[in-house]
Ligand binder design. Structure first.
Ligand code: NAP
Length: 587
């Protein structure tokens, strides 16, 4: 590492990667970019808190060696007008782990945004946003403590890839002509056009990262959030690729939500992460109504943009939401708000977003003890009403402090904390007891739990009628008809005779084999007019495969089996109802 304007801190060592894992020395060099506007204020305060937490947690055994990297206005001044000079790019790659304050987007500087340039130049493909509640922070929710999710938003594709053509431009004209004439597309004459590329490569690396995170952090589930019911070959494909990664690369350590219910009766096997998916609009609703159902979330770029701000707003607003942009190992942590220029240099604003991004960074390098101290000290200070102006205006009787005043209060608080390991274990125990409570509910009432969690039915087990009405093959058709009427069903299963196969007697059989055949229902046995053998399918059969079986055999119902015995029945009426209620997600 040698640079024109940057100074490598003496005494620090580089973080490296070995066997796919970060190797972090006790004296690592971490990069920081002060940022513009309020950036210097919040960075100054946060650096003090991070250093104090590390010193408290490790008693001087470990220390961060900070290396300042210049971007934005600082870089413009030092590098002859370039807000994102090659030297900054090289340094971010060299140190691997950095944190940055907000940056002003230069107007007319050739960048759409500095942040976009940063993501693109370093291929930081995952935007990671943990959102959880800290006691005392003002929130519009009744039970904000139920929110504890980590969102992995894809950063490089989707409608954000920048493939857009202005209405009326020659490029737009060319593309419009091609779409209309070659592909039969139709749209209004004056439409601006954008392209939404989503690849298996881009989707899979994002979901892979989310699953690894869930496994490394003892998380319960990864939810793929998509709009696959409408955009089948982009969003729907994202979902399918997500399940594919889970199955092919983490098959031993993951199960689908499908299997959770159909094979394990709602009980999550020890150490396994549940992979599930939700349609994006349902997800917004669920994050308000049942946030505890969700844990790690993996989602394409646009959904992720909306979702991360919406969820952050549930627990105190985007002002304190932390975030990071990451590649496989390279990571740039950042404040998620902007430069708030009107407050620049006033030592006034809330350092929460940057501060908590630094906590994420400490966890990322494995210094969880230091991170835990800040996580515990932060709500204690806020609960005492010691807050910056933005919280003070929402809290009655609060004491408003400056940015640096908040850092002082936090440092004093964390100095009073000891034993971060015990604090972390206590939180772990709380999380596990909540997980057990949810599990007990899933086991006791699987269908109700499934529905309440916003899950869309995808397999026959999800939609089957569990009430099976059976008759003996020796009962008369008349008796069987009476049973059908009594239970309000249009078919009955006919039990096997002498080890033979199960059969089914339907209303249609009565029409064709009794009425049309001119026979008396009192004299014919149910076993004689039943269709055998039953067409049985396993509970995991997808709705698409179920429809294929029905059409191939020209039947209106299939029976769902478990270990060779019927456990439910699915008819074309059930399939109709599902599509009517939820639309159709491409198989
Ligand atoms: P902003 O800087 O986020 O500020 C909007 C408002 O949010 C502020 O006026 C303030 O609200 C509140 N706010 C933001 N940070 C706060 C903090 N730390 N503590 C308390 N309140 C805070 O958004 P903007 O005004 O739209 O953008 C300004 C510049 O930032 C633009 O150049 C934009 O390009 C850039 N930007 C950079 C990033 C980034 O680098 N990651 C992100 C977004 C925007 P009140 O006025 O109500 O007090």
């Amino acid at each position: 590492m040698s640079y024109q304007h940057l100074v490598v801190p003496p005494g620090g060592s580089r973080i490296t990667v070995r066997d796919g894992r970060l190797v972090v020395p006790d004296n690592p060099i971490l990069g920081f970019v002060r940022g513009d506007g309020i950036g210097p204020d919040i960075m100054r305060a946060s650096l003090r808190v991070w250093d104090a937490a590390v010193s408290q947690a490790f008693g001087g055994r470990r220390r961060v060696h900070w290396m300042e990297i210049y971007m934005g206005e600082q870089a413009v001044a030092k590098y002859g007008g370039d807000p994102f000079p090659p030297e900054a790019q090289a340094a971010l790659k060299d140190v691997l782990v950095s944190i940055k304050g907000p940056l002003t987007t230069p107007v007319g500087g050739g960048f759409r945004s500095l942040n976009v340039a940063l993501r693109q130049q370093l291929d930081l493909y995952a935007c990671v946003r943990p959102v959880r509640y800290y006691a005392g922070v003002p929130s519009p929710l009744r039970e904000p403590e139920a929110v504890d999710v980590v969102i992995f938003r894809e950063n490089t594709e989707d409608v954000y890839a920048g493939i857009e053509f202005k209405a009326g431009s020659p490029e737009n004209g060319k593309l419009a002509k091609f779409l209309r004439e070659e592909l039969g597309a139709s749209f209004f004459e004056d439409a601006g056009l954008g392209v939404k590329p989503m690849s298996a490569f881009g989707s899979k690396r994002l979901v892979r990262k989310a699953i690894r995170y869930a496994l490394d952090h003892g998380r319960e589930s990864v939810t793929l959030v998509h709009k696959g019911n409408i955009m089948k070959y982009t969003e729907g494909a994202f979902r399918n690729w997500g399940y594919e990664v889970a199955r092919e690369e983490f098959g031993e350590r993951t199960i689908t939500e499908e299997e959770l219910y159909s094979r394990h009766g709602g009980k999550r096997p020890e150490g396994k992460v549940v992979i599930k998916d939700r349609i994006a609009d349902i997800m917004f609703q669920m994050m308000l109504l049942r946030p505890s159902e969700f844990d790690v979330i993996a989602t394409p770029n646009l959904n992720g943009d909306y979702l991360s701000d919406a969820i952050a707003a549930e627990v105190g607003g985007v002002g304190i939401a932390p975030g990071a942009n990451m590649a496989d190992h390279l990571a740039v942590f950042e404040a998620t708000h902007g430069t708030a220029p009107k407050y620049a240099g006033q030592d006034k604003v809330n350092p929460g977003s940057l501060l908590l991004s630094g906590v994420m960074m400490l966890e990322y390098i494995g210094w969880t003890e230091a991170a835990t101290l800040i996580r515990h000290a932060y709500p204690r200070v806020v609960q005492k009403g010691v807050v910056t102006y933005d919280f003070a205006r929402q809290m009655e009787g609060a004491t408003e402090v400056s940015t640096s005043g908040f850092a002082d209060a936090l440092i004093a608080e964390l100095r009073g904390l000891s034993d971060p390991v015990a604090l972390r274990q206590a939180r772990r125990r709380t999380i596990e007891s909540l997980q057990r409570a949810r599990e007990a509910q899933r086991v006791a009432e699987p269908e109700a739990a499934m529905e309440a969690s916003g899950r869309l039915p995808t397999s026959v087990a999800d939609i089957m009628t569990r009430l099976l009405v059976t008759v003996s093959p020796r009962s008369t058709v008349e008796q069987a008809m009476h049973t059908m009427r009594e239970h309000g069903v249009s078919s009955v299963l006919v039990e096997p005779e002498a080890g033979g196969p199960w059969g089914i007697m339907t209303q249609r059989d009565v029409v064709s084999r009794i009425v049309n055949a001119n026979r008396s229902p009192a004299e014919v046995k149910a076993g004689d007019i039943a269709t055998r053998p039953l067409i049985m399918v396993p509970g995991l059969t997808s709705l698409h495969d179920c429809s294929t079986r029905m059409l191939a055999a020209n039947i209106r119902r299939v029976v769902v089996e478990q270990d060779g015995a019927p456990v439910g029945i699915v008819s074309d009426t059930d399939l109709f109802r599902v599509v009517d209620e939820h639309g159709w997600v491409h198989a």
